[in-house]
Design a protein around this ligand. Structure first.
Ligand code: 2RA
Length: 343
């Protein structure tokens, strides 16, 4: 028997990927509903071979579904996720609205799967920020083995993290430079084509950005609050795939060969690490893929127990839609999705 599933925000980059991945992994779906705002009513989206017409979120009766995947803004989720959760289905939310709520589990299935067990407190589960999701998949097995003391990360985040408008802006500016002349930045604060921007989100009082703060707050919630983590988040002119240069200091010794073997054996990870000019992963190669890729594993000789790594993943997949579907699979495996008889 399958579930009645709704995807809210079905016309966006991540909503469409949620539908694709539910189908790709053969998630047991009896009935799929694509839900969107009023202006997208009737817009058609694909679910495998099926074409599904978007329904209006304001009119939809959420009590008739078992599971809701949300890819909407934080403010929309703040208002709607509790209402939907109270109507019966369990909500897996991709926004930042609930990630730090103590009554909402924040889950990456390879890292803290057991936290699904208390999802019934609000009937909401949060999906982490894309740049955190791939980082914690790589950090968890290393932390379990040698206890991480401190992590320094620089991200190289693709424009798809800023939605379709971000992708359109890179495309238009890139064409514009050669053909039409430069255009004014709209989605990003400065030109992104042929450039990098060391600012994502908004500034906090301490000079870090909220994107940077998400990375340490969410890592603390999912792995261990004792890990010290400092980050610089940077937008780069790549369409899909976030990359991260990660430097880790451990409490205990861990040599690079053991780390490589450990990462190779850990769930959700693929190690591509040959010391030849093409023996590492780039975001172009990670696009469309499920795993988190790790390359350039090497000793950091400037501290007693240190390693440096390069971590890449498809931000729309492991960083968003895939992780949400993997949470749904985890709920299914543990019998935690409530089903009601279809009237
Ligand atoms: C970004 N992390 O890349 C954001 C998306 N959640 O802009």
């Amino acid at each position: 028997m399958g579930y009645r599933v709704a995807v809210v925000g079905a016309t966006g980059n991540v909503g469409r990927e949620m539908l694709n991945i539910l189908e790709e992994v053969n998630f047991p779906v009896d009935k799929i509903h694509a839900i969107a705002s009023r202006r997208s009513i009737g817009v058609e989206v694909s679910f495998g071979e099926q074409i599904v017409k978007c329904e209006d979120v304001e009119q939809f009766d959420f009590s008739k579904v078992d599971l809701v995947l949300m890819s909407v803004s934080g403010s929309f989720s703040k208002e709607w996720s509790p209402k939907i959760g109270a109507a019966g289905p369990i909500v897996i939310d991709n926004s930042s609205a609930w990630r730090m709520d103590p009554d909402v589990p924040l889950i990456v299935p390879e890292v803290n799967p057991d936290d699904v067990e208390w999802a019934n407190r609000k009937n909401i589960i949060a999906n982490p920020n894309c740049s955190t999701a791939q980082l914690v998949v790589a950090l968890k097995p290393l932390h379990d083995r040698a206890k991480i003391k401190r992590v320094v990360v620089a991200t190289y985040q693709s424009v798809s993290g800023a939605g379709k408008e971000g992708m359109d802006e890179l495309w238009d500016q890139t064409k514009g430079v050669f053909v039409l002349g430069p255009s004014e930045p709209k989605k990003f604060p400065k030109q992104i084509a042929f450039n990098v921007i060391p600012f994502i989100g908004s500034f906090n009082d301490d000079g870090y950005t909220d994107e940077e703060a998400k990375m340490w707050n969410e890592t603390h919630k999912m792995i261990d609050p004792s890990i010290k983590l400092t980050v610089t988040c940077v937008r780069v002119p790549v369409m899909v795939g976030h990359s991260e240069a990660v430097n880790i200091e451990f409490h205990e010794p861990l040599d690079e060969d053991e780390a490589r073997e450990l990462l190779r054996e850990s769930p959700g990870l693929i190690v591509i690490d040959k010391r030849d000019p093409t023996g590492y992963i780039t975001p172009k190669e990670a696009q469309g893929e499920f795993p988190v890729f790790v390359s350039r594993i090497r000793k950091d000789p400037t501290v007693e127990n240190g390693l440096s790594l390069w971590v890449v993943a498809d931000n729309l997949r492991k960083g968003a839609a895939l992780n949400a579907v993997q949470i749904a699979e985890l709920l299914h495996e543990r019998g935690l999705i409530r089903t009601k008889a279809i009237a």
